[in-house]
Write a protein that binds this ligand. Structure first.
Ligand SMILES: Cc1cc2nc3c(=O)[nH]c(=O)nc-3n(C[C@H](O)[C@H](O)[C@H](O)COP(=O)(O)OP(=O)(O)OC[C@H]3O[C@@H](n4cnc5c(N)ncnc54)[C@H](O)[C@@H]3O)c2cc1C
Length: 380
């Protein structure tokens, strides 16, 4: 596309906008079922958005309200992801995690989590006594804990690379430096206006189906589609999640999570596949997406970690990176669910928009892709 000047009109059956893990998985699923698919990404490469700024945890499906899309797609997506990683040699590990109740916290909260997990068909959690906890992870200071054996970690970049390869092998086309500016409804679909950063290089592309998988940009883009009613676009809010790396070894063999906090799962320990440790994410609400990690948050991190690991050494915490959660509910507004909306929800023909795809979006990506495919087939 980049070498063509002036306005050019082209036609394609499906356009997926946004090459994060959700857009990649969706484009792949559509291409594998025989659709003609173009995947557009505004940046210089795939996976540079929130898909590369997260904990890389394969969630078991524990925390989400029963019957929510998050609960359903996380549990399905987790199994699909483990199977996919095995078959496609994507580095991953079913490392397990402990959800710990600190010495000063109410252990009854663990029972509520256990109940939620059961309601979501997650039946493998084990309630551990303080002695069990010490036997498993002697460095922890905890009153009690839950062990989740089906939680794991994945190399998210290797996963996205593999999804892209499948997509291209199935005949799909990936175009980077292609920013969708707006969409105009036509009789049979949407006319997309796409720029490549070069003012002179504008493409007009007609597509029967458009899938908006632009993460933090989803609301802004949807509002530039003339057929999308404003009332169907949720207001966007942002909650930054900072990570601090830990220099030196940590004395843990599995992921360690505190009790969840409003807006996130609490500052937890994740281990990557190389064994390096990082802590995060915290929850910092912001007006616009903000990816700067502020070193002065170190003391807050150390205090949060001390609640379950008294031996943490504050000076070993180093600012690492930040992600931003695409929120659709403001601070204090309670639980939010994924929104995956097709024409029967919003009325705009040939369009599927995804909003609020925060955690567990990585875990759920393959199940989200199947959900979008089914929505498209039902509506086509
Ligand atoms: C702090 C944090 C921790 C998390 N931890 C986990 C975890 O451990 N496990 C888990 O399952 N999930 C986790 N998540 C959630 C997970 O990271 C996201 O749900 C997932 O990455 C969302 O992927 P996406 O493809 O929707 O978004 P993105 O990866 O952001 O992709 C959107 C893409 O759209 C592109 N784009 C935007 N606008 C346009 C446009 N107009 N035209 C063309 N392209 C455009 C962007 O450049 C970007 O590449 C976490 C999220 C955060 C923020």
């Amino acid at each position: 596309m980049g070498d063509r000047r002036g306005k050019i009109m082209e036609q394609v059956e499906c356009v997926v906008i946004g090459a994060g893990v959700v857009g990649l998985a969706t484009a792949r699923a559509l291409a594998l079922t025989g659709h003609e698919v173009l995947l557009l990404e505004k940046e210089a490469d795939f996976g540079t958005g929130i898909s590369s700024r997260n904990s890389e945890v394969i969630h078991a499906g524990i925390y989400y309200p029963a019957g929510s899309l998050k609960a359903d797609l996380c549990v399905r997506g987790r199994d699909m992801l483990y199977a996919y990683c095995r078959e496609h040699h994507v580095p991953h590990q079913r490392i397990g995690k402990l959800i710990v109740c600190g010495q000063d916290q109410d252990a009854a909260q663990l029972d509520l989590i256990l109940e939620k997990a059961r309601a979501n068909n997650v039946h493998d959690l084990e309630r551990l006594s303080p002695d069990d906890v010490v036997a498993l992870e002697p460095a922890l200071g905890a009153r009690a804990a839950l062990l989740s054996p089906s939680t794991g970690i994945v190399d998210s970049h290797a996963l996205m690379f593999s999804l892209l390869a499948d997509f291209e092998n199935a005949g799909g086309t990936f175009v980077k430096h292609a920013e969708v500016q707006r969409g105009e409804a036509t009789g049979g679909g949407t006319l997309l206006h796409i720029s490549s950063g070069d003012e002179a290089d504008t493409i007009e592309l007609h597509s029967q189906w458009v899938i908006n998988a632009t993460g933090l940009g989803a609301q802004a883009l949807a509002s530039r589609f003339d057929a999308m009613p404003g009332a169907a676009i949720p207001k966007a809010y942002y909650a930054q999640g900072n990570y601090f790396a830990y220099s030196g070894k940590v004395p843990f063999g599995r992921l360690i999570y505190p009790l969840p906090e409003p807006g996130g799962l609490g500052v937890h320990l994740t281990l990557d596949l190389a064994g390096s440790a990082r802590f995060g994410p915290d929850v910092v609400w912001c007006e616009t997406p903000d990816f700067v990690v502020r070193a002065e948050r170190r003391a807050l991190f150390a205090a949060a970690i001390k609640r379950y690991w008294p031996g943490v050494v504050e000076d070993r915490l180093q600012p690492a990176f930040a992600g931003v959660r695409p929120k659709i509910v403001p601070r204090g507004g309670g639980e939010q669910d994924f929104i995956i909306a097709g024409p029967s929800e919003h009325g705009a023909r040939g369009q599927i928009h995804m909003f609020g795809i925060e955690s567990p979006g990585l875990t759920s990506s393959l199940a989200i892709a199947d959900y979008v495919s089914a929505l498209l087939e039902r509506t086509a």
